[in-house]
Design a protein around this ligand. Sequence first.
Ligand code: HEC
Length: 118
Amino acid sequence: MKTSLAVLALAGFAASAVTTGAATAADVVGNPKAAPSKIEMCIGCHGIPGYKSGFPEVYRGPMIGGQSAKYIESALKAYRKGERKNPSMMGIAASLSDQDIADVAAYYAQQTPATAKR
Ligand code: HEC
């Protein structure tokens, strides 16, 4: 009896370890609340709604606020892999983890075209 309990406990542990591992690899869930510290470097080129209008914007990036999270995510991954070529975005995307990309995509997807500045 003691042995089978130990085996069960071990099996349970192994199963939960496998589940947790799969969850981090397959379903990275974007958390928009984790995004603000990660999008600081995007703001100069892509703008941010509600931000001071006088904020110096040196580059003109396309509007990403309000686009679907899937689109933003796949665009960033394409830059990271070098499938989409743009010197600024390739450098940026290379510094982002899958979790960063998911968070940032969730954040920008929350914006509506009306709240997004550009
Ligand atoms: C130095 C300026 C610059 C910075 C900083 C920057 N971007 Fe970009 N981004 C661009 C430009 C320019 C493009 C258009 C490139 C192209 O034509 O492929 C672009 C394109 C994109 C696209 C694809 C848009 C589309 O409509 O296809 C996404 C998504 C994106 N950027 C997200 C981000 C995120 C997220 C950050 C911050 C982590 C960021 N960018 C930081 C300049 C920048």
